[in-house]
Design a protein around this ligand. Structure first.
Ligand SMILES: Nc1nc2c(ncn2[C@@H]2O[C@H](COP(=O)(O)OP(=O)(O)OP(=O)(O)O)[C@@H](O)[C@H]2O)c(=O)[nH]1
Ligand SMILES: [K+]
Ligand SMILES: [Mg+2]
Length: 361
């Protein structure tokens, strides 16, 4: 019996008896989670194993012919074949976005179709790549129905990608002995301890510490237990605004959620706005280096991820620099004495546009 069939049977049984026994709930949740587990035998990587490169990876996800390849060809030096027919692109094509000193890898991917999650089209491979992204661009065709975004999100959800939500606040620690300890700092209203214990049992986990700091559902609890879900930031990109009326553009802009960018690859509209949004969304930080006695080199910044420290800056300059490090001087927003410099150590967090001088032993 397939998993979908098993799920259906339990759901029917639960509906029939009008009871939500902890055991049924636990089984149900387990089967749902199984749907998300990767297939044992992965399909041969036909150009899907693209090396990560640059400061971050951004993936283009959308239905066929929304203009993903057109964007890649327009915004990077890579040409990806564009066609008026669906499924022009059949593999992952990498390009590099150069912006504000950052080199961001942009991945053009095949269009995904409805029911991709169930194995239609190249959905599974596309999704496997999407899971490696630092940011997802959900690309929408302005000339097509408004439902595209919701449909795509459903597909991604079905394969374990959640957009723009934080991971549930649950900490799970496996142990070798001592039984199961469950600590909740909030009242659970969507599931209960009995169901959680039952889930742990079905996964044959008999010793562990569980700390729950959020009113989670049992599905969310299993997400944490198995680590199957990926929580990723996303921007919605509405393309082809040249092909619709001003009223439609206006309506779509209003319906947007502040994470929506409207562009036209063909008419060259909104592309700078898109790059700027990607940069901000990735939280990239750019730092200039300065040698003693000379002006900082503003032409060649080092680009770092949010949360970067002086140590990250050292690694960005040279692999062995941190091991010879004595102290650093920083000018800019992260300096306590801004506009004067501050003398700092390796763990000091840098801020966008800081100037850094490294002194070695
Ligand atoms: N009017 C208009 N057409 C566009 C725009 N961008 C792309 N197109 C057209 O849309 C069609 C599909 O473009 P592609 O870039 O191949 O779309 P894709 O999303 O890569 O498609 P698949 O690889 O098949 O999934 C082509 O005919 C493009 O010329 C745009 O901004 N405006
Ligand atoms: K196409
Ligand atoms: Mg394409």
């Amino acid at each position: 019996m397939g998993i979908l069939q098993k799920i259906e049977d339990i759901e029917k049984e639960m509906a029939r008896t009008q009871k939500n026994k902890g055991d049924d709930g636990a089984k149900l949740a387990k089967y749902r989670a199984q749907l998300l587990e990767p297939e044992k035998k992965a399909a041969k990587g036909e150009g899907f194993d693209v090396m990560k490169s640059g400061d971050a990876r951004v993936c283009l996800i959308g239905f066929p012919s929304v203009g993903k390849s057109t964007l890649l060809s327009k915004a990077t030096k890579t040409e990806s074949v564009v066609g008026a027919y669906e499924f022009t692109t059949l593999t992952a094509i990498p390009g590099v976005l150069e912006y504000e000193g950052a080199r961001i890898q942009l991945l053009d991917l095949p269009g995904i179709v409805q029911d991709a999650a169930k194995g239609r089209g190249r959905g599974r491979q596309v999704v496997a790549v999407a899971k490696t992204a630092d940011l997802i661009l959900i690309m929408i065709d302005a000339t097509k129905s408004d439902e595209q975004k919701a449909m795509l999100e459903l597909e991604l959800e079905a394969v374990g990608i959640r957009l723009n939500t934080a991971a549930p606040d649950v900490v799970f620690k496996n142990k070798t002995a001592g039984g199961i300890t469950i600590n909740c700092t909030v009242k659970l209203t969507k599931t209960d301890e009995r169901t959680i214990r039952s889930v742990l049992q079905t996964y044959r986990i008999h010793n562990c510490d569980v700390m729950i700091r959020e009113d989670v559902t049992i599905d969310e609890f299993i997400d944490v237990l198995l680590g199957t879900r990926k929580y990723l930031p996303a921007l919605t990109v509405i393309n082809k605004i040249d092909a619709v009326s001003m009223e439609t553009v206006d309506r779509m802009a209003r319906a947007g959620d502040g994470r929506t960018v409207m562009i036209s690859c063909e008419a060259d509209l909104g592309l700078d706005w898109l790059l700027d949004s990607i940069w901000k969304e990735l939280g990239l930080v750019k730092v200039y280096t300065k040698k003693r006695g000379v002006q900082p080199d503003l032409s060649d910044p080092i680009c770092l991820r949010a949360g970067a420290t002086i140590e990250t800056v050292c690694h960005g300059i040279h692999r062995s620099l941190a091991s010879h490090f004595k102290y650093a001087l920083v000018w800019g927003k992260s300096s306590k004495f801004n506009p004067q410099p501050q003398k700092v150590g390796l763990t000091h967090a840098v801020h966008d546009e800081d100037v850094v001088s490294i002194f070695t032993k």
